[in-house]
Design a protein around this ligand. Structure first.
Ligand code: SF4
Ligand code: SF4
Length: 284
């Protein structure tokens, strides 16, 4: 089983568009939406949830005010300013370190499990999708990405699927590291914009670190031909394969608005994405 990651140095570069487009073409895959902070593959997949699981985040402190004698030990010991003058815990600031529980002389503080969101295994017209939803205020984490990836692997093994296609978080933080580590190939989606090469290099550095090979797909290449040339030159100088170039076209937005992939929506785009997939598969 091969794991393909669609990544980009910043959000909005078009990686979800490409991941969804592959869904229309690659029939033997499980899809994993690891962009857990802004997951949106489900808007195109229209999945039917078959299984759901609670995602446990960090434990958080809770106070039993009946036992509290307002000694302020906990507040003075909390390095994250997560406890107010009235000894209320601010869950969004609590880092779950447990120091307050340790210092409390009356046992008024307990660390409790925090359900930070849910993960889902869903069926769709493109097959299986594993995705997640974080509760409001919860931070995206590498742990959640790993849970989504592991579940996708489990499903792929169970149903004998050949590929896992991962829509990664953007950027280079923990969720991206958790998306890329151990994969077989990364498609770095890059737009022809001023910061493009910088963003692209950052993702490549993560891939290099984990020794995962990568290829490049240029999105909206026709909005700035000069920048596209710069990306092409960079890739050529560094022996990086460009698997395709997607033009700026209003059909991309129209397809999204209609809850469809660009392959389903537009014949020319379908041909282009098919060629890109052939190039990707050659490198997988
Ligand atoms: S668990 Fe740590 S971060 Fe949270 S309130 Fe207690 S001392 Fe502060
Ligand atoms: S350490 Fe315990 S008793 Fe003291 S203020 Fe905090 S919760 Fe209350």
């Amino acid at each position: 089983m091969k794991q393909l990651v669609i990544a980009s140095g910043k959000g909005g570069a078009g990686k979800t568009t490409l991941a969804a487009a592959f869904a229309s073409i690659v029939k033997n895959a499980v899809f994993a939406d690891c962009d857990v902070d802004a997951s949106n593959l489900h808007l195109i997949f229209h999945p039917e949830i078959k299984e759901r699981f609670n995602f446990k985040g960090m434990d958080v402190a809770t106070v039993d005010h009946e036992k509290c004698i307002m000694c302020m030990e906990c507040k003075n010991s909390c390095r994250f300013d997560a406890i107010t003058e009235k000894i209320e815990i601010l869950p969004e600031k609590c880092e779950g370190c447990g120091v307050c529980e340790y210092v409390c002389p009356t046992d008024a503080i307990k660390m409790v499990e925090n359900i930070a969101g849910e993960t889902y295994v869903s069926s769709s017209r493109f097959g299986w999708l594993v995705h997640a939803r974080l509760n409001i205020g919860e931070e995206p984490s590498g742990k959640l990405v790993s849970i989504v990836r592991n579940k996708a692997k489990e499903i792929a093994e169970k149903y004998g699927k050949e590929f896992i296609i991962i829509d990664s978080s953007p950027g280079v933080g923990c969720p991206v590291i958790a998306s890329i580590g151990g994969a077989n190939l990364v498609v770095v989606v890059v737009e022809a914009t001023a910061a493009a090469i910088h963003d692209m290099k950052r993702v490549m550095e993560v891939a290099n670190h984990f020794k995962v090979p990568y290829v490049v797909c240029i999105n909206k290449y026709n909005i700035n031909e000069e920048k596209t040339k710069e990306i092409e030159n960079f890739c050529m100088d560094n022996g990086i394969k460009i698997v395709g170039k997607i033009p700026y076209d209003t059909v991309v937005t129209e397809a999204m608005v209609n809850g469809k992939t660009i392959v389903e929506y537009d014949k020319k785009m379908a041909e282009l994405i098919e060629d890109i997939w052939i190039n990707v598969e050659e490198n997988l």
